[in-house]
Design a protein around this ligand. Structure first.
Ligand code: ARG
Length: 465
């Protein structure tokens, strides 16, 4: 019998006589992507080795050596004293190769009862157990920035829009709290994803467990998982946890893209509601006057990547035969990119919004001229006993009268003209038509009245605690 080949750093050299074709080998290698799982891979191996010794599968003395060397490798990788070998096949082969290179035979026992299939599933989950909380913190900090601004602008009136047409007066604080509410649900979605993926796949082997007496509960406990996964085949075959995380992240980015679209509009000469800080703007190479909202645009643009990554993951899984297939290796690049994109986008977004100046004067002026007070006029009539549909028609006729008379708001229309449309109109109507009063009067739960808004802000702050 031929001795196993030692030259290539592959774990399967015993089976194949020919060395792999260089380009083909590089094509299937993944170290450039899964290299970022190095620490998780080592953490998993340390737990696995300790369990093997605990179960009498390997000698205690060997386990001690393995643990010491794995810890050393982890430290060297962290400090940069040891670099990843770009020619290694993947992070698992690299770490095992490093261990065997340093320890000789004792290094060769660590893979007992384990496959790279359950190993990679473990590493990926461990990585997400670390990264999802970090993303949730980025969201929390962003929500805090929005709520601080919302509090400061709880009485800064601005137009609220539907169909991008001025609809009813709201406040800037109210608009920002709408954004914060969306990001609050995003935190919840990420927490849900984390909750479901918090199961340890190690001990699943290639797909069907092991004849060795592995203690999966012990390993799960050591690694801080809630419990081991239930079914070994499922553990190595599925990546629904990656899809779920990518989906939650896609929604974060779609939210940010909408907020950024508002910001781009607000920064335009036409709106001029916001003045972005120079540190969060760029200029033009040809037009000397330009100050562009590139950061908002880029965040909006980057939401395309995260949507794409979600589609990549779903497509990867569709029709994939059970259990493990190498296609699954493509999962990490997509999700890593989504995680990186969302984390940096959240940071840039909150830096941009926190440093911006809002033009309260422009926002207030924009509350007049589009008959945003028409709904208030209709509800005024309803409060005086008129059926809503009639009140709606009456207020619409008032608006038409105003336009015909060249007036820019109902407040400019004399009472006698208003009373031609309904005798229910009285002098007290005019006070209600002011944007500030209009906002203050909409005290329904969820509404923009400053007092009610402060309640919403408090509730969102409470959820962050
Ligand atoms: N690099 C591989 C991945 O990311 C690790 C698992 C390889 N398993 C295998 N049977 N070739 O999926």
């Amino acid at each position: 019998m031929k001795e196993p080949e030692k030259t290539p750093q592959v774990l399967w050299a015993g089976r194949l006589e020919e060395k792999p074709d260089t380009e083909a080998f590089a094509f299937q290698a993944s170290i450039t992507v899964d290299g970022r799982l190095a620490q998780e891979d080592i953490t998993g191996s340390r737990a696995h080795a300790a369990m093997l010794a605990g179960q009498g599968i390997i000698p205690e003395e060997t386990a001690r050596k393995l643990d010491k060397e794995l810890a050393a490798i982890a430290g060297e990788l962290a400090s940069g004293a040891l670099g990843l070998d770009p020619n290694a096949e993947d992070i698992h082969s690299f770490i095992e190769g490093e261990l065997t290179g340093r320890l000789g035979d004792p290094g060769r026992v660590v893979h007992a009862g384990r496959s790279r299939n359950d190993q990679v599933a473990l590493d990926f989950r461990l990585y997400l157990k670390k990264t999802i909380p970090a993303l949730r913190s980025e969201l929390a900090e962003t929500i805090t920035v929005l709520l601080d601004l919302a509090e400061a602008h709880a009485e800064t009136v601005m137009p609220g829009y539907t169909h991008l047409q001025r609809a009813q007066p709201v406040t800037l604080g109210y608009h920002l709290t709408a954004w914060a509410s969306a990001l609050d649900r995003d935190r919840g979605r990420l927490a849900d994803a984390l909750e479901r993926l918090d199961e340890c796949p190690l001990g699943s082997g290639a797909l069907a467990g092991s004849t060795l007496p592995l203690d999966r509960d012990a390993v799960a406990k050591t690694l801080g998982f809630k419990r081991p996964t239930l079914n070994a085949m499922d553990s190595v075959a599925d990546r629904d946890f990656a899809v779920e995380t990518a989906a939650a992240i896609s929604i974060v980015m779609i939210h940010l893209s909408r907020f950024c679209e508002d910001i781009v509009l607000w920064a335009s000469e036409e709106f001029k509601f916001i003045e972005l800080a120079e540190s969060y703007s760029t200029g033009s190479s040809i037009m000397p006057q330009k100050k562009n909202p590139d950061f908002a645009e880029l965040i909006r643009g980057k939401s395309g990547r995260t949507t794409g990554n979600l589609v990549t993951l779903l497509t990867l899984l569709k029709g994939l035969p059970y259990a493990y297939d190498k296609d699954l290796q493509e999962d990490k690049e997509a999700l890593f990119d989504s995680i990186d994109t969302a984390a940096v986008s959240l940071r840039i977004f909150r830096g941009m919004i926190a440093s911006a100046a809002f033009n309260a004067q422009r926002m207030k002026v924009a509350c007049t001229g589009g008959f945003l007070e028409a709904t208030d006029a209709a509800e005024y009539l309803v409060r005086k006993g008129m059926p809503f549909r009639t009140a709606h028609e009456t207020a619409a006729l008032v608006v038409r009268d105003c336009i015909a008379a060249g007036r820019r708001s109902i407040a400019e229309q004399p009472l006698e003209n208003l009373r031609e449309r309904s005798p229910l109109f009285e002098k007290d109507l005019y006070a209600e038509l002011e944007p500030e009063a209009s906002v203050k009067n909409r005290k329904t739960s969820g509404g923009p009245a400053p007092k009610e808004l402060h309640r919403q802000i408090e509730e969102l702050r409470l959820r962050l605690r």
